[in-house]
Design a binder for this molecule. Structure first.
Ligand SMILES: [Mn+2]
Length: 508
């Protein structure tokens, strides 16, 4: 019986594509081809290896961020003296058969290297940093056209060890040498779950040691350097353009029977054109869909008498993402009930933003926002326990937390390469920690009244409002990165009217 899996350093274990019974007599397809490809005669193979002009070198632009990435590698290494740290970027993942998902590097790996390519592996040894990179699949190597996953005829050129070293100012070696390089290494820590082959190459000595590596990486990423803040500004600037596109497209969305998808596509076009992609699945929620926190199906209608809750962010070219929510009156004017709910959320958000400064607890903005929202709920007669009881942090206290039926989620999370950034950081550095200059976080309170909630007046049911901005902690407070998108309800009406009038001018 043939091996079903051949471990491969490039990508998933190569599946033997011909191992199902109907093809049992055929030899396995070469790696990177599929069983349905037309077979390659020897004459063609030889012919394809000749007759090409001398290859021109690939254009390599040295990365301006290379020095800050080298500094990050040094800081990480300082945490683990004498250890070898192995950080893979991950591999192509199959969507179906011979098609893969679009690749995005693992955030920790990218933060340390700036390398966008799949399969690469960073090794930080006491002797220095080395990036292991597959050799190019260029002419005249047969792989250039027999390997549909890596061959340059199929997927275009990618940097090999030489180009990667020049672009990223880091020592490189062919990926094929990784196994030998790790042979006999002791005291290795691996960022696991990204590359199965690497996980198998280095046995787990003590999984706590590996988890500590992941935690320290997240904790080092909590405070952003200037280059990262510039990237976040770039992501937010593109996000502002995308929100403006959506406002202009609302009349078209209203006409479409899946108008939420029209909104999603409008946002996506800007994200792909200006940045790398969206940083997470856009939530394009109209009317009662806004009360469903992760409404990403986005297949509903867009009606002019309802609100649009749009939670979306562009990921920049260097993979930092914005995370912004605006709740907008689709028809351009606020209905009265919607406006009063919106104003309560805005008041909570402004109160929370005013509290952000170095030394404040991470949870202080959340606590402040919850107090404002609980008071509004109490004033509306919805909250039937005193605000102080609802806000009690004693889990056993009577009435504790009942306002959360309508606030549902936390007010902040860290933002950076990942939308929920630094997720492996330990509680004492993040949730139970204090804010530090250079941290970037969201401030995003909301109120959500489910359509079937009998505890709220009928006119509130089916309304959801969230307002989310991205803020960077400064020396004495914070700066709202996403301030170019209005939050004041009157400003929103004016902004929408102006954008839609511009659109009319252009069309006319
Ligand atoms: Mn968010």
């Amino acid at each position: 019986m043939r091996n079903r899996f051949r471990p491969s350093l490039t990508g998933m274990p190569s599946e033997d594509q011909n191992s199902d019974r109907s093809h049992a007599d055929e030899p396995p397809a070469p790696e990177g081809t599929t069983s349905h490809d037309i077979k390659i005669p020897q004459a063609l193979r030889l012919f394809m290896e000749q007759g090409w002009a001398e290859p021109a070198p690939l254009a390599v632009a040295p990365s301006a961020a290379a020095p800050s990435r080298a500094a990050r590698r040094a800081r990480l290494a300082e945490h683990f003296p004498g250890d070898t740290l192995i950080i893979p970027t991950g591999t192509l993942r199959v969507r179906a058969n011979d098609t893969d998902y679009r690749f995005r590097p693992a955030s920790d790996f990218y933060w340390l290297t700036g390398d966008p390519e799949p399969d690469d592996v960073l090794v930080l040894a006491p002797s220095g940093a080395r990036l292991f990179v597959p050799a190019r699949s260029e002419r005249p190597s047969p792989r250039f056209y027999t390997d549909r996953r890596h061959g340059e005829l199929w997927v275009g050129p990618r940097f090999g060890p030489e180009e990667t070293a020049a672009a990223l100012d880091i020592d490189t070696a062919p990926l094929e040498e990784l196994e030998k390089a790790l042979d006999g290494v002791s005291g290795a820590r691996v960022l696991r779950g990204l590359n199965r082959r690497v996980d198998e190459l280095v046995a787990t000595e003590d999984s706590r040691r590996d988890r500590e590596l992941a935690a320290v990486l997240s904790e080092l990423r909590l405070v952003k350097d200037d280059h990262e803040i510039a990237q976040l500004e770039e992501a937010v600037a593109a996000t502002v353009l995308a929100f403006e596109d959506v406002v202009r497209a609302l009349p078209d969305a209203i006409r479409h029977d899946r108008g939420e998808r029209w909104i999603e596509g409008t946002f996506n076009r800007r994200a792909r054109a200006e940045g790398n992609d969206v940083g997470y699945g856009s939530i394009c929620a109209c009317g009662p869909h806004a009360t469903i926190l992760h409404w990403e199906r986005n297949d509903g209608r867009v009606r002019p008498d309802q609100l649009l809750l749009l939670d979306a962010g562009v990921e920049s070219r260097e993979l930092y993402t914005a995370d912004v929510t605006r709740t907008l009156p689709i028809g351009g004017r606020w209905p009265a009930t919607e406006r009063s709910i919106y104003e309560a959320v805005l008041s909570a958000q402004r109160t929370a933003i005013a509290i952000v400064r170095p030394g404040a607890a991470f949870l202080d903005p959340h606590r402040a926002a919850m107090e404002v929202l609980a008071e509004a709920l109490r004033e509306w007669g919805i909250l039937d326990v005193p605000v102080s009881l609802a806000l009690s942090e004693d889990l056993e206290a009577e009435g504790a937390g009942v306002h959360r039926r309508w606030t549902l989620h936390g007010t902040s999370h860290m933002l950076g390469l990942d939308v929920h950034d630094c997720a492996a950081a330990r509680n004492e550095h993040y949730r139970d920690g204090v804010l530090v200059e250079g941290m970037v976080l969201t401030i995003e309170p909301g109120l959500y009244f489910q359509p079937d909630d009998l505890r709220v007046p009928a006119r509130f049911r089916g309304i959801g409002v969230r307002i989310e901005d991205d803020v960077v902690v400064t020396a004495d407070g914070c700066r709202v990165l996403s301030a170019a998108l209005p939050t004041d309800p009157d400003d929103i009406e004016e902004w929408m009217a102006r954008l839609q009038a511009d659109r009319g001018d252009q069309a006319g």
